[in-house]
Design a protein around this ligand. Structure first.
Ligand code: BEZ
Length: 262
């Protein structure tokens, strides 16, 4: 769920159809967060608020933050107090008041590519001493064949893939270092492979979740040709004998703490 530099273009209905599995698979992360009644929790990259709602049901006082106006509206329609803000602006955002017992983030930090250290520093500023940062996002190698195909087919059409690629998929070592640079104590951090069955054809995933690549091409024939070419490159490796598409997700999951003041 986005909260980075690509606020435009997200459509809540497409997201609900093609990306519902993102929240459905996050139950272990919510358990790791272990939200308690009355805790103040910031959900960074809250998307359409499905997980924020789970935290509210557990008694937490939740603020959802997302860079997409469309998704933040969908979260508000779900009853979540949600604002539109870039993840790089947490420390200075006037609409966010005070500090939080926890910052939670699922499938969003990889969209905050411009300066990940600024994002982490902002989270640290927004936590009370002793507060925790519990998150999961794409780690090194995440959806690598898909990203490679998107980049190669853009290049084949004369578009520099570096200008389109919106994703930050760090190694464990890099992200741990960044958390420690900010002052966090890292309680746990590890990446793991999570092959994920997509709800439909990979072209729907591409159109909804790889928008910064796909929208570089004119709607109509040029865009359809691009998506079809990417799909063609993936069919042998990602579609199984039953026609199901399995995406090679890699999750980087961690729990980090702002030290208590003494
Ligand atoms: C992910 O959750 O890993 C992801 C989602 C959309 C695009 C790329 C990666």
């Amino acid at each position: 769920m986005p909260s980075g530099d690509t606020p435009g273009g997200w459509n809540a209905a497409d997201y609900a159809r093609d990306a519902r599995f993102v929240a459905d698979l996050a139950a272990p992360l919510v358990d790791l967060l272990d939200p308690r009644p009355g805790e103040r929790i910031l959900d960074l990259g809250c998307g359409d608020g499905v997980l924020s709602h789970t935290l509210v049901e557990r008694g937490a006082d939740v603020l959802g933050v997302d860079a997409s106006p469309d998704l933040a509206t969908a979260a508000r329609e779900r009853g979540i107090h949600a604002i539109v803000a870039d993840g790089h602006a947490l420390a200075d955002c006037a609409e966010i008041s005070g500090r939080f017992d926890a910052v939670f983030s699922n499938a969003a930090l990889h969209w905050m590519k411009r300066d990940p250290q600024v994002v982490i520093d902002g989270v640290y500023q927004r936590l009370v001493p002793g507060g925790r940062f519990v998150a999961e996002f794409g780690g090194a190698g995440n959806v690598a064949p898909i990203q490679d195909a998107l980049r190669a087919q853009a290049k084949a059409r004369g578009v520099d893939p570096d200008t389109l690629d919106p994703w930050y998929f760090p190694t464990d070592a890099e992200y741990r270092q960044r958390l420690e640079n900010a002052g966090f104590v890292v309680d746990q951090l590890a990446s793991f492979e999570r092959p994920t069955e997509l709800p439909g054809d990979v072209s729907q995933w591409l159109t909804t979740l790889a928008r910064p690549f796909v929208t570089a091409f004119e709607p109509g024939a040029a865009r359809q040709d691009y998506v079809a070419a990417v799909r063609d490159r993936l069919v042998d490796s990602l579609q199984d004998e039953h026609g199901r598409w399995i995406a090679p997700y890699v999750r980087l999951r961690f729990v980090a703490r702002r030290p208590a003041e003494r």
